[in-house]
Design a protein around this ligand. Sequence first.
Ligand code: ZN
Ligand code: ZN
Length: 410
Amino acid sequence: MNNFDNNLKKYARLLIKSGINIQEGQTLVINAPIHGDYFVRILAQEAYKSGAKNVHVEYNDEKLSLIKYMNAPDEAFKEYPKWKADGYADMAREDHAFLSLSSSDPDLFKDVDPQRIANANKAYGEAMAVFRKHISNSVNSWCVAAMPSKEWSQKVFPDLSEEDAMNKLWDNIFKATRANEEDPVKAWDKHLDNLNRKLDFLNNNRIKTLHYKAKGTDLQVELPRDYIWMGGGEDNSKGVYFIANMPTEEVFTLPLKTGVNGYVTSTKPLSYGGNLIDDFTLTFKDGKVVDFTAKEGYETLKNLIETDEGSAYLGEVALVPHDSPVSNTDIIFFNTLFDENASCHFALGSAYPTNLKGGADMDQDELDANGVNTSITHVDFMVGSKELDIEATMEDGSKIMIFEKGDWAF
Ligand code: ZN
Ligand code: ZN
């Protein structure tokens, strides 16, 4: 077996064993791009070998979606097939596990009327409510991972031939997910242990504010009193541990909506709605962006910040060491699964209520009262570098270094 085939097999095993953690007699549902057939067969083999009763595959074709977006009448985007939504609801109730392979061409829908996409998303969201609830509450095990497409590969490596670009993207996916290590499942056990140690420390020591300092950055971020740091994997309703995003490197929580002051400078370009925003600085007062500059994509940044009231506030604080597999590839993937895991980041827009004790059960008024930001958008931007220091001031006034020169200080 050559090196590529060997890595492909190790990657498949990693997704089945660590990502999904398939159980004896369980059915696995794979959502895959139509060009992913060769990898899906390897996944199916690994799943059966690991005890799956059945593997059900749903292939999707982005180019067919594009044909629909460009040619179908408006009404077509206001409905979603009931049989399909019912099927997914049944599969979720029957305790199936769900593996999705992301492979999108980042530019495919750039000429589509955004209203059509919004309508389609809304129809999908409403029809699939039962399934989505099972997933967002982690009742079932699920995992999102990636595989290359020709178009995506060439977006990342525009100077390479189609074949070389595909191979190089595969190679970087193997590196970013640790699938190239001798025993990726073991490598992930070690990585998760490490993340859990960081989480324990951050959750057991009560932090009041985080002070970010680097070139172009001097920012104070206050945390709400009952914050919860999350990261790594989680248990489904049967107590089976799974990893919803492969790779995942971050630990994250939410800021107090009105508690952000100072300025922060981006360290990686941000791809948003098909456009690039680069070298930008945001200035905050009492949580709100009151000033901003950008060397590239100023108008795009302005549109993002002005999306709604909450998009001018932060909703996520995430810590990722500068020395991590995704970051070490040193490429922009144009895919959030990787780019979100490359560096310390913040998000403009909505916070995750689950990052606050009791937050999942709060209504809108309670979320507002507790400083949990709400917005229709949530866009991560990277601020980590090998220069970044983060110092925590604890509730009792003592100070602890969290990050030193871009890496964990404890
Ligand atoms: Zn994040
Ligand atoms: Zn995020």
